[in-house]
Design a protein around this ligand. Structure first.
Ligand code: ADP
Length: 258
């Protein structure tokens, strides 16, 4: 593409066309930088917990016998947490590679989106005591979509709301139906997102710079996958936010009806 791009520049006598090609090259460079950052981040994510596990196991070798249980406990907890994290990371990568090789197909069925949202929320509430959840359902909200993939989208949005907002704050999940368009939104009282990053967060590997980078882990692929999944369903997804006050992520799907 570089060579094609450069060849095109030499032939171009139209200013707009030249600007377009240059823009393409800049985008490509940016993608490369992002990819390098991403690889660095992945190796950091993989190394840090393993190094700490190794430390505890080494301590086991030198400490008194009656403290061993405690160290084994810590090592096991860390191993479990790491396995969960690696599983979700590998699933994310698998989804991306399937997506890029065009191997993803939609397995569509008609189901009630409001019921699905409620089920997911109940599951999250049962496993996470850290936030308050408020659900604003409507009676029924039929869509024809891939249930598993839409489940993944709602899971990602709720997981992000939890991850990027302080403990004890409220997360509102709303589900509505207007003009045969189903709409789900997840609103948090978290760190918020700057105006200029509101669309970038849906790009692959993009994470907003800031202090929260140290306290949260991630790879910048969750929202990219959400956007792809909603795009295949001919829906829309977007974010609104006030920095320091919170964010709302909303997606729509065509409703079933006439
Ligand atoms: P990840 O959370 O794994 O980094 P995502 O693709 O899910 O990846 O999100 C991309 C980025 O968007 C995050 O790194 C974060 O900077 C920002 N972001 C996502 N959801 C929220 C949210 N609810 N509040 C604030 N920032 C968010």
């Amino acid at each position: 593409r570089w060579i094609r791009g450069i060849g095109e520049i030499q032939q171009a006598d139209d200013g707009d066309y030249l600007a377009g090609v240059l823009h393409e090259i800049t985008e490509q460079k940016l993608n490369e930088i992002r990819k390098n950052d991403f690889i660095g981040m992945v190796s950091h994510e993989l190394r840090t917990p393993l190094t700490s596990m190794k430390g505890y196991i080494q301590l086991l070798q030198i400490r008194l016998k009656n403290q061993q249980d405690n160290f084994i406990d810590v090592a096991l907890k860390k191993a479990n947490a790491q396995v969960t994290k690696m599983t979700s990371m590998i699933n994310g990568f698998l989804n991306i590679s399937m997506l890029e090789s065009g191997k993803i197909t939609l397995d569509q069925e008609t189901f009630d989106l409001a019921t699905l949202v409620k089920e997911i929320e109940d599951e999250v509430v049962a496993t996470l005591g850290s936030h308050k959840f408020v659900f604003e359902p409507i009676q029924s909200n039929l869509v024809n979509a891939d249930r598993n993939k839409i489940t993944q989208v709602i899971h990602n949005l709720i997981a992000n709301a939890v991850k990027y907002s302080p403990l004890g704050t409220t997360i509102h999940v709303a589900c509505s139906l207007h003009n045969n368009t189903a709409k789900v939104s997840v609103k948090d009282q978290g760190i918020g997102i700057k105006q200029e990053d509101l669309t970038k967060v849906f790009q692959r590997y993009y994470r907003v710079e800031g202090l929260h980078m140290n306290s949260t882990s991630g790879f910048g692929i969750g929202l990219y996958l959400c956007a792809e999944i909603i795009g295949w369903h001919k829906g829309a997804i977007w974010a609104e936010s006030t920095l320091g006050e919170g964010s709302t992520f909303t997606f729509t799907l065509p409703g079933v009806g006439g």
